[in-house]
Write a protein that binds this ligand. Structure first.
Ligand code: ADP
Length: 482
């Protein structure tokens, strides 16, 4: 069944990205087009978007006493045939830098208004300018969309995807009237949340279907440990909750065609990976040594990612001269300086690059032997998927999408293994997993077998696109039956 699908999100590759959300929006709509659907994506008119997209026309304007002039411009997502709808509201979105915080790292004071406008615009577009069968909102920024659709008469199916439950968009009660939503939505069954109100909760209550980005994370968020205060509501709506694994953009992440690698390679030319390792060691000013295990990390440095407890294991193995480390990331200043100190202590074995650098991320994937992802929780995770395709074996914690995508190496399960998996989020467990990688690395034939297993795995977007199509079709069918 060909459908008209309107996605709503605050990030999209290659225009605006702070995490995996952008990667998903960059590829899922294109994969849906290939299945024959009509697809549009609504995004805020951040400067980074307006500077790079040439609109073909103005789709509509919005009444907006408080938000200044608001127009919806229609263009195309670069490199695809996907329709991009840009919410041009300079008073809300024409600001430099990060989409969510000011130069001092504080949330923009009007974030509730900015993202309420995004939801209201989506509902208006679906109602009168780009009629949709399904409106699919992503993460808290788009979380009021289903509420605006409900207020407008609930005329199409709604789907909401949790890319990360830890960011919820919670605001004080006195700001609620700024949304213009009905007062009777401000209840426990609506969007009220412990005396305040929540974009995420609103989405969970008002959507026809809720998805998250891996089957294991879909189960985990039903527990108090991972439910971030919303597990009760999620359990209540469990029959509406589905886990659909994200995909990888193999057009960008393929070692055989990656133009950023010193020496592209494939499963048939595994030996060439060594040249990428050399190039990475040289560029990072590490000892050029083929035989030492090179560990890569590409990550936000936050509590979620578990690098605080991984640090002790890495420090210990660096002191013993057992491995090298190249880390790219930014975030928590305490972690940033701890990793910097590690690099200062071991300049020939440890390189730390603080910041965001797409090209270096590719070179780490191509040059490292393993990619470490020790997350406390991980809705899907992309870097382990890149690692698999690059034969850069993932060392991951058994949680969320990491559990769904990496097959644990043990001596008896070597023929099916693709990486190293540990269970407990602590230093000892990371050290043990790295120890197991070090042991296998000494046996180059066995190591290459695991590399081949990993590189053969397919996590393309086509599977996810089919799963979403089936879900949408059920939503549309059950609405017309009702
Ligand atoms: P999350 O969305 O929680 O940050 P994911 O693994 O889902 O984690 O996605 C992270 C994405 O951001 C990946 O594409 C990863 O390569 C990229 N990334 C993270 N940190 C950096 C960085 N410092 N430089 C370049 N890319 C980065």
């Amino acid at each position: 069944m060909a459908l008209r699908i309107l996605h709503v999100a605050s990030e999209i590759q290659p225009l605006v990205k702070t995490g995996g959300l952008a990667d998903a929006l960059g590829r899922l709509p294109a994969a849906q087009l290939e299945l024959g659907h009509q697809v549009a994506v609504l995004v805020p008119g951040y400067p980074a978007i307006l500077d790079r997209v040439s609109p073909v026309d103005e789709l509509m304007t919005l009444d907006s006493a408080d938000d200044g002039p608001v127009r919806v411009l229609r263009g195309q997502l670069p490199g695809t045939a996907v329709t991009l709808l840009v919410l041009d509201a300079p008073q809300r979105f024409d600001r430099p830098g990060n989409p969510y915080v000011d130069a001092e790292g504080r949330d923009w004071q009007d974030n509730h208004r900015r993202f309420a406008l995004l939801g209201r615009a989506a509902a208006e577009i679906a109602r009168r300018a780009w009629p949709a069968d399904v409106v699919h909102a992503h993460d808290w920024h788009a979380g009021l969309t289903p509420a605006y659709l409900r207020a407008a008469g609930d005329f199409c199916a709604t789907c909401f995807t949790i890319h990360n439950l830890s960011f919820q968009g919670i605001f004080d009660a006195e700001l609620y009237p700024d949304t213009g939503l009905p007062g009777d939505f401000y209840t426990l069954e609506g969007l009220e949340f412990h005396g305040r109100w929540s974009f995420m909760k609103s989405a969970l209550n008002f959507s026809d279907a809720i998805t998250t980005v891996s089957p294991t994370y879909a189960r985990e968020i039903l527990t108090t440990e991972h439910g971030m205060g919303l597990d009760g509501l999620l359990r209540h709506r469990a029959t509406r909750l589905h886990g659909i694994l994200n995909g990888v953009d193999y057009a960008t992440w393929d070692p055989a065609t990656d133009p950023l690698l010193a020496s592209p390679y494939s499963i048939e030319t595994l030996d060439r990976k060594r040249q990428n390792k050399r190039a990475l060691q040289r560029a990072s000013e590490l000892d050029e040594d083929d035989d030492i295990l090179l560990v890569g990390v590409v990550s936000r440095l936050t509590e979620q990612k578990g690098l605080d407890f991984a640090l002790g294991a890495l420090a210990d193995l660096l002191i013993k001269g057992r491995l090298q480390l190249v880390l790219l990331g930014s975030g928590d200043p305490v972690l940033e300086s701890a990793f910097n100190a590690l690099a200062n202590r071991h300049p020939d074995r440890c390189a730390v690059r603080l910041g965001y650098d797409e090209a270096l991320a590719h070179r780490i994937m191509g040059g490292a032997d393993v990619i470490l992802v020790p997350s406390r929780f991980e809705p899907c995770g992309l870097t382990q998927l890149y690692g698999l395709r690059y034969g850069t074996l993932p060392v991951v914690r058994h949680t969320g999408g990491l559990a769904d995508t990496v097959d644990r190496y043990t001596v008896s399960r070597a023929s099916a293994a693709t990486g190293f998996v540990f269970d407990t989020p602590n230093t000892t467990a990371v050290r043990r997993a790295l120890g197991s990688a070090l042991k296998l690395y000494a046996d180059s034939a066995a190591w290459q077998q695991i590399m081949r297993n990993a590189m053969r795995r397919d996590f393309g977007w086509d599977k996810a696109a089919v799963a979403y199509s089936e879900l949408y079709a059920n939503l549309v069918a059950s609405r017309s039956a009702a």
